[in-house]
Ligand binder design. Structure first.
Ligand code: MN
Length: 204
């Protein structure tokens, strides 16, 4: 198990939550994957996750991603998540860490511009997303940390390209890309199970 998952595991009780423990790691893909999970927890947010080095680098985007290049969306860096988390859709019990409903809002492949590890260290990661809802160029830029701040704050910004648009809010497309379910259906435990994307190779 990747040592990077220590923080993830320490926060969760796997006898209570159906979230993956990360004990078994799915096979790495030829191209890197990303997921965005809409998470109706204490505060609604969108978890933005990029596969890198066998884990999902993760940011909580409070207002959700935007296709409007003028919108700079705050993305709070959170702990690395196991790859299998990218297939998780369902409910986390109330009172457990992150308690609430999780919907697989978008997923697909991503391509970094240059060396992604170096870019993350430098605080500016440019990349292309090939998702169902999010496509084209984006950048994550780390903001300067104030002395009191524990977490790193980043901004997620769309690049100007043919996929950019200010006309409609991409967040209005709010059903699961993995199951077609709405947040309410998932919360009620109705509808079909999500089709796996990251763990399917391991299952086959
Ligand atoms: Mn979350």
């Amino acid at each position: 198990m990747p040592a990077k998952l220590k923080a993830y595991r320490a926060k969760r009780d796997f006898t209570r939550t159906a979230e993956p423990s990360g004990a078994r790691s799915p096979a790495p893909a030829k191209s890197l994957r990303f997921v965005v999970q809409k998470h109706d927890a204490t505060r609604l947010h969108y978890d933005f996750r990029l596969e890198l080095d066998g884990v999902l680098k993760s940011w909580a985007v409070t207002k959700g991603p935007s296709l409007d290049p003028r919108e700079k969306r705050l993305a709070v860096e959170v702990e690395d998540h196991p790859l299998a988390y990218g297939d998780f859709e369902g409910t986390i019990p109330e009172g457990a860490y992150g308690g609430g409903t999780v919907l697989l809002w978008d997923r697909g492949r991503w391509r970094p511009e240059g060396d992604p590890k170096q870019a993350l260290r430098a605080g500016e990661l440019k990349f292309i997303l090939e998702g169902k809802k999010l496509r084209g160029g984006f950048v994550l830029v780390r903001m300067k940390k104030r002395p009191c701040e524990k977490r790193s704050n980043w901004l997620l910004i769309k690049h100007r390209d043919e996929y950019a648009g200010a006309g409609k809010d991409v967040l209005d497309e709010d059903v699961s890309v993995a199951s077609g379910r709405s947040m309410a259906q998932i919360a009620a435990g109705e509808g079909r199970k999500p089709r796996p994307f990251i763990t399917k190779a391991a299952r086959a």
